[in-house]
Design a protein around this ligand. Structure first.
Ligand SMILES: [Ca+2]
Length: 425
């Protein structure tokens, strides 16, 4: 189909960008607006890809996460509405959430940063039709909780049933304090690892005792079975809840698994400094401990915004010498790091294997080159437009899908510059 394209050449280290102006409004179901698959030769491993950016959806209400079935149905969450499915023909069904959804979640809490967050499909989704979401709930009225809910979908992606809440006790910021309103720092990304277990990222709720707590499930990465029970091999210290994979985090909203090795990486917001991307290991301590300490002024005893990278570090090696080391600290800045995803496949050329990092206040998608241990050796701006990056998911077609706080979902398809221009103009 015809499309308008513009080439943005931004210098030798930044790729050209092709914008395909085929936006589909939220709720739209115009099959003609759906572009045919792009078939282009894979770029050689030595070339930097050209990106073709297609705006698939606009006008969404706080899109938060994206997942795909193997046959290309796209699932997305909206923070205050719930979970929807978008089929290949562009038609959309609201599956689970507020009124108008096939299955209503009357307990969904949308407050502050919280609401319906992560979505993940079961590794056996093709046969068991099972999907998982992370949401804030008022089933438990005081305090409310974040939880992970398992649902079963029908063959046509039009209904959800058999709701089962598999993790019901993730800490939620129930009341506001000096650091902000209720609902802050809820974490909320969920992903199945290559080991078949579900990883759940959580946040510290602006509560000083949460990250290092043995029992409170905020400020953690949890690793559980499909039923929400502790996965084998979590290896937390003695006395810890056995669902805890790692602890001592601030607000983890990105998690990704390195292709080929399965090494687990998380991305988390820094306070007034030091966003962190960190390779994590079972039983590890991320080293975040915002409890009151001498020399700092900490309202409500939460030091999460007090001090500096030295006096209130994201990874406190003075208190926790064995804490997991960050791979990248966003050059010491705190800019709202949220999703992370590996670019995987030869279609990405020299970017194959790099870790894409979405940054919200910083309004960019950064690409990290990692060494064998997972430490960052180089970074480059992706060249995609400035916006608040909320979700990154590579689809089964090898493209990267992006959700933004401006209410859009994009498809970003890599190719050689020559191949892209030939197919688009
Ligand atoms: Ca840390």
């Amino acid at each position: 189909m015809p499309s308008l394209s513009r080439i943005f050449a931004r210098g030798s280290r930044v790729p050209a960008l092709v914008l395909s102006l085929t936006a589909v409004a939220c709720g739209g179901s115009d099959p003609a607006a759906i572009e045919p698959p792009i078939t282009e030769p894979n770029p050689p491993e030595t070339s930097t890809p050209t990106l073709t950016r297609t705006v698939l959806m606009t006008g969404l209400a706080g899109p938060w996460d994206i997942a795909f079935s193997s046959d290309g149905v796209m699932f997305f969450t909206e923070k205050c509405r719930g979970l929807s499915a978008r089929r290949a023909d562009g038609s959309i069904t609201r599956l689970f959430g507020t009124t108008g959804s096939a299955l209503v979640a009357p307990d969904l809490v949308c407050q502050g940063q919280s609401g319906m967050h992560g979505v993940a499909l079961d590794p056996q989704f093709a046969t068991n039709r099972t999907v998982y979401v992370y949401m804030a709930s008022n089933i438990n009225a005081n305090p409310r909780t974040n939880r992970v809910v398992r649902l079963q979908l029908n063959e046509g992606f039009t209904s959800a049933s058999a709701r089962t809440d598999i993790v019901t006790d993730i800490a939620f910021k129930h009341v506001g304090n000096a650091h902000g309103s209720a609902g802050a720092h809820s974490g909320g990304r969920i992903r199945f690892g290559p080991d078949g277990f579900l990883y759940i990222t959580t946040g510290d709720n602006h509560n000083a005792v949460v990250p290092q707590s043995q029992t409170l499930l905020g400020g953690k990465v949890l690793r559980v079975t499909r039923d929400g029970t502790a996965a084998s091999g979590n290896n937390p210290p003695s006395g810890f809840d056995t669902r805890i994979f790692t602890y001592g985090h601030r607000n983890v909203q990105g998690i990704a698994f390195r292709p080929g090795t399965g090494q687990v990486f998380v991305g988390e917001h820094g306070p007034n400094h030091s966003d962190e991307v960190t390779p994590i290991v079972a039983g590890g301590n991320g080293g975040w401990d915002p409890q009151n300490r001498p020399g700092l002024n900490c309202p409500d005893n939460y030091c999460g915004y007090a001090g500096t990278a030295t006096t209130m570090p994201m990874t406190d090696l003075a208190r926790f010498p064995n804490a997991m080391r960050a791979s990248w600290t966003n050059n010491g800045a705190s800019q709202g790091m949220s999703p992370i995803a590996f670019l995987n496949g030869v279609q990405w050329g020299t970017w194959n294997g790099r870790l894409a990092v979405g940054i919200m206040a910083g309004q960019r998608m950064e690409l990290l080159t990692l060494d064998a241990a997972g430490m960052t050796t180089a970074t480059v701006n992706s060249g995609l437009p400035q916006t608040r990056y909320r979700a990154l998911t590579q689809g089964p077609d090898g493209s990267l899908y992006v959700a933004t706080d401006s209410g859009e979902i994009w498809r970003v398809t890599p190719s050689t510059a020559q191949g892209s221009r030939q197919s688009r103009e």
